[in-house]
Design a protein around this ligand. Structure first.
Ligand SMILES: [Zn+2]
Length: 231
């Protein structure tokens, strides 16, 4: 098994032991403590590769990766490509295999990460890039923020039946104690206001909120991200 962004070693160790699995690699998307907090404990006594963004020093990372670098996990028969997706942080990376995306805190279901080091243009570009992936790509983001994000998405684009349908599905999943993740890129294109900053409904909601009509997708995205910060 590989672990992505293990914030807590105990959770991973418990899963390994319950499932009878062996940890063969760790993949890190960015340096925030809730994503790397378990790394040093997990690598103690294990000689395993720890992949992470080359552009910053992260304790425990021994396989620094940059745009286009391959992450080979032969024990799992898996190969990922590294995508640089700055914005949430300046050096955030994502890992992509056919049909599977680990995107850390860049793209969430119905939302996106906050600007904590990177810029709005960077995050806008990174999200546009992820939105162009095949529709059936599974989106494994790192936090179960979906219902809270959907509450904002409703304000940011009031008339969106696809979003309402996804909200009903997510409420049922959470009521049953199940995760709403992974999402899919195709769904996110339909429900996520941060991927829909060229849609009339989002532009109008942003204009009504700020009193200024955004000139383009980036201006709409920037205003939307600032609005969500105080929502
Ligand atoms: Zn983060």
């Amino acid at each position: 098994m590989a672990a992505v962004d293990p914030g807590d070693a105990a959770v991973v160790e418990r899963y390994l032991s319950e499932q009878g699995l062996r940890l063969v690699a760790i993949l890190i998307t960015h340096h925030h403590p809730d994503h790397v907090g378990g790394v040093l404990e997990l690598v103690a006594g294990r000689d395993i590769p720890v992949y992470g963004p080359a552009a910053e020093a992260i304790d425990g990372v021994n396989r620094p990766v940059a745009e286009g670098d391959a992450v080979d996990l032969p024990e799992l028969g898996a190969r990922f490509a590294t995508l640089e997706v700055p914005g949430h942080t300046r050096t955030h990376v994502a890992y992509l295999a056919p049909g599977v995306l680990f995107c850390g805190d860049t793209l969430f279901s119905a939302g996106c990460g906050r600007l904590l080091g990177g810029t709005a243009p960077q995050l806008h570009d990174s999200l546009r890039r992820l939105a162009e992936l095949p529709a059936d790509t599974a989106v494994y983001c790192t936090h179960e923020y979906t219902l809270a994000n959907l509450a904002f998405a409703r304000a940011a684009e009031p008339g969106n039946p696809a979003r309402d349908a996804w909200q009903a599905e997510c409420e049922a999943l959470r009521a049953a104690g199940r995760p709403t993740l992974p999402s899919r890129i195709g769904r996110e294109r339909e429900v996520n206001p941060f991927l829909r900053t060229a849609e009339p409904g989002v532009i109008e909601a942003v204009a009504a909120h700020t009193g200024t009509r955004p000139a383009d997708s980036l201006a709409c995205f920037t205003a939307l991200r600032a609005w969500k910060d105080v929502f």
